[in-house]
Design a protein around this ligand. Sequence first.
Ligand SMILES: [Fe+2]
Ligand SMILES: [Fe+2]
Length: 236
Amino acid sequence: MKIACVSDLHSPHYFDDFVKAIDNFREKPDLFLIAGDIIDRGRINEFDKFFNVIFGKIFCPIVACFGNNEYVNLRKELREKYKEIIFLDDESTFLEISGIKVGIVGSTGSLDKPTTWQKRNVPDIERIYEERVKLIDKLLAELKADFKILLIHYSPTYKTLKGEREFFYPNLGCEKYEKVLVERKPNLVVHGHAHNGTRKAWVDTVPVFNVAFPLSKEIVLINTEENLKAGITKFV
Ligand SMILES: [Fe+2]
Ligand SMILES: [Fe+2]
């Protein structure tokens, strides 16, 4: 299975580079995953530009989670407007791809340390983030599929944050998910948000990809046959 992934275009900021990247992308993926922050700071009209670029180019199922830049109050509109995209906001879905039952859990995720803005503006944000760890654990536990994917915006480990300033790790992800990954063993984890982090790492035998566009500067292609020999081959 070939899975193409992208996140953190922060359109308009990286939009032109994304257009070039998609032009150079010659693969025919079986699944296209979007790990959030396609638009910058709630600029909802930018999503149209993104959608127009992938329309006519990507013919496989498209599944997305929301980033912190897709503000909560815009999410309903995005879902209604772009029905071709399966948006997952603390939800799961199933797809049949080449005879394989693929289960995907999608979420914005959690931060160990909410941002100052979040603390001021989102009541009970710490509790929301704590509860979300439990919810994702539950969704993964209930996911009955041959191939299980966690699609999450914030990093569920600090391992893919290497390259960022260590002081900011708690603002970029939540380490509590590591236990969830070890316990529930999804076959693949895809996240974004860490623009200067590391592209891939392992949490136990679980492969974790950071697909933030400012980091990879390309559409990340994950070939499940080659890239996910968990526990046998470690990424270099
Ligand atoms: Fe971002
Ligand atoms: Fe983000």
